[in-house]
Structure formats: C-alpha cells, structure tokens
Design a protein around this ligand. Sequence first.
Ligand SMILES: [Zn+2]
Length: 104
Amino acid sequence: MKMLCWKCKKDMKRIQDNFHGFTLPAWKCPVCREIIYDAKDIQPILHYNKMKAAKEGITVTIGTLGGSKILRIPKLAEEIYKISKGDKLKLELGPEGICIRVKA
Ligand SMILES: [Zn+2]
C-alpha cells in the first residue's frame, strides 16, 4: 500500500505516531513531514476527547450471566483499543477501583 503526500506528491513512509497519547499507525512525508492518520483510527479518540471535555465519562452497567457479574465493553473503547472476542484483558484491583489493561 502506498500513500502520496498531498502537498509534495512524494511517497509517504509508514510510521507509528503519538496521537493524543495513543500510538497509531500513520503516514509521514519525508520531505515536508506532513503526517496523515486513518480516519477510523482517530475518530473514536476524538469522540472520546469531546466527551471528556464535556465532563461525560463512560458509564457501564453491571449485568449478570449465570451466577457472574458481567460488564460490556463500550463500542468506543472497542474501536480505540481494537478489542475483539477472545482478547485477554488484565484487571488490576486497587484501593480506588478496577483498572482494565488492554495489553495483558
Ligand atoms: Zn510532503
């Protein structure tokens, strides 16, 4: 797959770049240093940032399945962290709450 810089028409290089603290695949122009992200990667992050700015957190409700308590992963989190069925998440239990780590 190739990407041409819209400014200088040069071949862009595939890189990993930091976008609002998230590491995302991106394209970088070796000449003008323009960086392009994939819309599907940045949209959920921008959406979440907007919610955060409006002081709306994400709230999930505990359900039950058999004798267990379950919680659903919100769509936005699924998109940002590219979570799919069978992925393993790591729970850290601390005095202030449960922290869910994506990379177990
Ligand atoms: Zn360029």
